[in-house]
Design a protein around this ligand. Structure first.
Ligand code: ADP
Ligand code: MG
Length: 762
């Protein structure tokens, strides 16, 4: 053990102190164990409640430990108790893969719930939410607490019931969409969530850092702006360089003069850039270009059951119910010759970072927290506590093998896998996208190696497959996040051939390229060497890899290249590491810049939330309208319509205009943000300018919402059935779609719809 001394310096004194205190407290808890273990069930549960309420953590941990043993058959390790304590005190714990974070999270959740707090245990997907809730249920319920999980397929009634539980396991996206949907209701009883006091985030760095700026978007139906078939057809015949250019970073595509001329000729119009075409035809051409030349089948999406399904790039999994906004989705459908579905109107959106900001307390756990210390502190004011491994790490991390070109690299990867596989040692290969997985699997297949590919096309079985990845002779090819959270035991899920695999050196993890951050590399490495198992990790790199190109822009290194393309030079190794540090820096910079924009919107949303809450739960809408227009209010009261009906009618009128205004406000900020970039060129400080405009516009939105509500109130028909908003053309949009995009959709407007979208795929 030990070896973490250097970390305390990095983490700061507080963390070191906390660590010492935790260890001491756990010692104390262990000294109580015998007494506590002698308690019969009922007294044990009572003791736990009393200890939680008086914040006697030593006693609480002792009770949780005994309860875990009794009800889950697991005796928590002392490091697990330490981690539980760190969660109860609001930290993010750094705890390696396989060390038992699920139990840690559940013990902390139980501790919080015993103090009367409502807890959301946040997972990265439906499968894990369900698994963890089922697995940990006996522990939580033993204390008379309730537990449930939320899944994508649940209807609102069962969601509402589930959210009433003390401990709720849910994927972050479901929680977010429920928050958004609850912002559109007009009756308080329709809300499915009831607030929560604590969020315990599993795989905390994924949610809090990697996906922090992913906006969850709720969209209602609106006629699509899909490119007409003719446009799709014309665009598919254009070629890069000759007719259009793709920006260096691969995120934007635009027609050049020759391309524009071709399109104009074929469509029989004089200029795409004429007033009449700019907002329509040109947009459609750009959408079609984007769909045709930037979004690639099996990399960015797959076609299944006649539908376009987006692949979540970071996980390599199909993101169900997700759409690209503003016509891009329809454009891809057109490109694939599928039925074009409707386009959407954005009703509301929230980033995961803003979502997490709604919780009074956030804590979490992950195997790669140390690598995210800066972000966690800067964006969430969270501290990291490092929990040592219960058994020392026996994984061997080999130095990167660097090649000149991608072809050389791929050949070497295939050769190395074949070599390892010939010994029987199981291999887990981490790729960057689905297409790469497929290519590699094919190459390995050609060598007569049986490969299991884990990607978006078989996500339902992901967990089951990955559980077997540690068995003799297995070769599993997977995108980075696929199957995360599932334990890879040596010798198969039942460990029946464990000894044999240990003898062979454990699981070998092979990365086909460095990721954009070392943290992501470490997530992959962490798959091997669990709980003191032997293991190996090895990354291959080529000088053509994205991370090298993006991070080393312009720079180049000279080195001797062997006949197989291998570059064995310390200087080049350092260069690759340097490139990765550059891309890490870029990501952090983008994150903090983008967050500055989002933060303001998030603050404004909080004001809207508060206003909505009052409107929903009080008669303030009716009171305000009556005060402004007593004559109309008097007539209505005299008409015999009940007070409750009038109050509800007023509520619906005011909410309609408020929600409509908010949705318009989001669209407007979108445009502002676009034009701000132009002003930046004119040397104004863009973020200050954005703030100034956003604040003014927000004030205008609120005033207009009130004005419009008053106007509607003056003329609308209200009878025993309530307010007839529809008669005035004031249709409440239905929240039909939910989707996630890789950046703020507010950034996207007109042409640069495109800009915002593609970062999802990087
Ligand atoms: P992590 O999330 O940290 O990667 P998991 O929570 O998935 O780890 O647990 C990994 C494995 O360790 C599981 O199979 C679990 O049953 C087992 N485990 C965890 N804690 C204990 C314990 N205290 N005693 C025995 N087995 C444990
Ligand atoms: Mg886990």
């Amino acid at each position: 053990m030990g070896g973490f001394g250097w970390l305390w310096n990095m983490l700061g004194d507080t963390s070191g102190r906390n660590q010492k205190r935790s260890i001491a407290l756990v010692k104390k808890a262990e000294s109580l164990l015998d007494d506590v273990a002698a308690l019969p069930d009922e007294q044990l549960s009572e003791r736990g409640r009393a200890a939680a309420q008086s914040e006697d953590y030593a006693a609480l941990l002792a009770v949780l430990s005994v309860a875990s043993q009794r009800w889950l058959g697991m005796v928590p390790f002392d490091v697990q108790l330490q981690a539980t304590l760190r969660l109860l005190e609001g930290d993010v714990v750094h705890m390696a893969t396989g060390e038992g974070k699920t139990l840690v999270g559940a013990m902390a959740a139980t501790g919080f719930a015993l103090r009367g707090k409502r807890v959301h245990c946040i997972t990265v997907n439906d499968y894990l939410a369900h698994r963890d809730a089922q697995w940990m249920r006996p522990l939580v319920e033993f204390f008379g607490l309730s537990v449930a999980s939320i899944g994508e397929k649940m209807d609102s009634d069962s969601r509402r019931d589930a959210y009433r539980c003390d401990v709720v396991y849910a994927p972050v996206s479901e929680i977010g969409f429920d928050v958004l949907r609850d912002q559109l209701i007009v009756r308080p009883e329709d809300a499915v969530q009831h607030g929560a006091d604590v969020a315990i985030v599993d795989e905390a760095d994924s949610v809090l850092v990697d996906e922090a700026l992913v906006p969850l978007v709720l969209a209602g139906s609106a006629p699509g702006v899909a490119p007409a078939g003719q446009i799709t057809e014309i665009v598919s015949r254009l070629t890069e360089s000759e007719h259009f250019e793709v920006s260096e970073d691969g995120r934007t595509v635009f027609l050049n003069d020759r391309g524009a001329a071709v399109v104009e000729r074929e469509l029989g119009i004089s200029s795409l850039y004429d007033q009449e075409h700019v907002g329509t035809t040109l947009v459609q051409v750009n959408l079609a270009l984007h769909a045709e030349h930037l979004l690639h089948r099996d990399v960015h999406y797959i076609v299944r059951d006649g539908k376009v399904q987006i692949i979540d790039a970071s996980r390599g999994r199909v993101a169900d119910l997700q759409r690209w906004p503003d016509g891009v989705h329809a454009a891809v459908e057109a490109k694939e010759g599928l039925d074009v579905t409707e386009g959407g109107r954005i009703l509301d959106t929230i980033t995961l970072q803003a979502l997490m900001g709604r919780y009074p307390m956030v804590c979490g756990m992950t195997g790669t927290a140390v690598e995210a210390i800066d972000q966690l502190r800067q964006f969430y004011d969270l501290r990291v506590s490092v929990i040592e491994r219960s058994a020392p790490l026996r994984r061997f991390d080999e130095a990167d093998r660097i090649y000149a070109t991608v072809e050389d690299k791929t050949a070497a990867i295939v050769q190395e896998i074949a070599r390892i596989h010939a010994t029987g040692q199981p291999v887990l290969v981490g790729t960057h996208d689905v297409a790469e997985s497929e290519t590699l699997a094919e190459r390995l297949g050609d060598q007569g190696i049986d490969v299991v590919v884990l990607n978006a096309k078989n996500d339902a079985e992901e967990a089951r497959i990955i559980a077997e990845a540690g068995d003799v002779g297995k070769v599993t090819v997977s995108t980075q996040m696929a199957g995360r959270g599932t334990d890879i035991r040596l010798g198969g899920a039942d460990e029946s051939r464990r000894d044999e695999v240990v003898e062979l050196g454990g699981l070998a993890v092979i990365g086909t390229g460095r990721y954009r951050t070392q943290r992501l590399d470490n997530q992959l490495r962490g798959r091997a060497g669990r709980q003191g198992d032997p293991g190996l990790s090895l990354f291959f790199v080529s000088l053509d890899d994205d991370v090298v190109l993006a991070g080393g822009a312009g720079e180049s290194v000279k080195a001797d290249v062997a006949s197989d393309g291998r570059i064995d030079s310390k200087r080049v190794g350092d260069f690759v590491a340097h490139c990765q540090r550059v891309t890490e820096g870029q990501l952090l910079e983008i994150h903090s810049q983008t967050w500055k924009y989002n933060k303001l919107i998030s603050d404004q949303r909080a004001i809207i939330d508060e206003r909505r809450f009052d409107l929903l739960h009080t008669a303030v809408a009716w009171e305000e309208l009556r005060a402004h227009n007593p004559q109309r209010a008097g007539e209505l009261e005299a008409s015999g319509v009940s007070v409750e009906t009038l109050e509800q009618a007023a509520r619906e009128i005011v909410l309609y205009h408020l929600d409509y205004g908010w949705s318009e406000h989001l669209a407007l900020l979108d445009d502002v943000r676009e034009s701000i970039h132009l002003r930046a060129i004119a040397k104004e400080t863009p973020i200050d300018e954005f703030h100034r405009i956003a604040v003014l516009e927000f004030k205008a939105l609120r005033e207009k919402a009130v004005r419009d509500a008053r106007e509607t109130f003056a003329t609308i028909d209200i009878d025993a059935e309530g307010a007839h908003l529809d008669d005035l053309g004031l249709h409440r949009p239905s929240a039909t779609w939910t989707y996630m995009v890789g950046d703020n959709p507010l950034q996207s407007s007109g042409n640069s719809v495109i800009n915002a979208l593609t970062s999802a795929f990087r």
